[in-house]
Design a protein around this ligand. Structure first.
Ligand SMILES: CC(C)(COP(=O)(O)OP(=O)(O)OC[C@H]1O[C@@H](n2cnc3c(N)ncnc32)[C@H](O)[C@@H]1OP(=O)(O)O)[C@@H](O)C(=O)NCCC(=O)NCCS
Length: 266
């Protein structure tokens, strides 16, 4: 299926798609499953519970759908690899598409998935469910972040912590460090301020500048995307899969403007 041109990622843009995970309880979503390669299918099969299976399947099928549309390939065709910064055992780490200038990242939490694609530089996207953990692990905050967190009214703390966490993890996923780096070494801007990486202790000039953006997310979620390189325009889409596992074409939602995906027959 050829996507409308506005769905394609252009230079200077970073596109982020979010979707609700499909349920694999009844049908197993065969149309999505057939997009996965053998390794992805093995990981899918290894989950013991339906919810993480559905999340994993939706995230990886959506990534394939979008990369296929972007590069005019069959979605099952791309051969992804994973790069770990701390070991060489393989099979885990930052996802990449070898030989392509397209950078990608994915995230899943609660019942939501997020996928980011850009040509602007290495990218990290993170989506987090607000209030998922009862007592937020405040040790991931730097001293400066902790002071700002402590000043938040009680009713804003769960959302504030989740905003911090999504921003920090987006940065660590863009660099490929993941949680091998202590998130408390990074200081990002306060939850009510525009997203920015303010400092990174123990890392002088690690890579191109980190550009950090909040991404509009469904209620009860916070999401952020980080790109290493020049600033870019973030374009957000919300997409959905039909019951049979067919992606309803994503719709350009503008910068932060949320629109519902088209329904069949629109
Ligand atoms: C990557 C990590 C930050 C993900 O956190 P999370 O909130 O649980 O998960 P998310 O849903 O947001 O992201 C998961 C996706 O991030 C990607 N990812 C994994 N490692 C990554 C890394 N180092 N950098 C960027 N992206 C990574 C994968 O695509 C993964 O999806 P998959 O598991 O379905 O394949 C965290 O799990 C981590 O850092 N793990 C590795 C820790 C490490 O480096 N250990 C040493 C190994 S030798």
């Amino acid at each position: 299926m050829t996507p409308p041109p506005e769905e394609l990622v252009r230079p200077g843009e970073c596109h982020v798609w979010t979707a609700r995970a499909v349920s694999v309880r009844a049908s197993g979503a065969p149309a999505l499953l057939k997009l996965l390669d053998a390794g992805e299918r093995a990981r899918y099969e290894a989950f013991l519970r339906d919810e993480p299976r559905g999340l994993y399947l939706t995230a990886h099928a959506l990534l394939r759908d979008l990369v296929g549309a972007q590069l005019d390939l069959d979605p099952a065709e791309p051969s992804f690899a994973a790069v770990c910064r701390t070991c060489t055992s393989g099979g885990h780490g930052k996802p990449v598409l070898p030989g392509s200038p397209l950078h990608l990242s994915l995230s899943h939490a609660g019942d939501q998935v997020a996928v980011a694609l850009t040509y602007a530089g290495p990218v990290g996207v993170d989506i987090e469910e607000i209030g998922r953990v009862g007592d937020p692990p405040l040790t991931v905050l730097s001293a400066e972040e902790r002071a700002a967190y402590d000043r938040l009214p009680a009713g804003e703390r769960a959302g504030g912590f989740t905003r911090y966490w999504a921003r920090k993890e987006a940065v660590l996923k863009a660099t490929g460090d993941g949680l091998s780096v202590d998130p408390a070494l990074l200081t990002v801007s306060a939850p009510d301020a525009p997203a920015a990486l303010l400092s990174w202790a123990e890392r002088a000039q690690p890579h191109p500048p980190v550009r950090l953006y909040d991404v509009p997310a469904p209620d009860d979620y916070a999401a952020a995307v980080a790109v290493l390189g020049d600033g870019c325009r973030v374009v957000r889409h919300e997409v959905a899969y039909d019951g049979d596992g067919v992606l309803r074409r994503p719709r350009r939602a503008g910068d932060g403007v949320l629109r519902r995906p088209r329904r069949a027959g629109d």
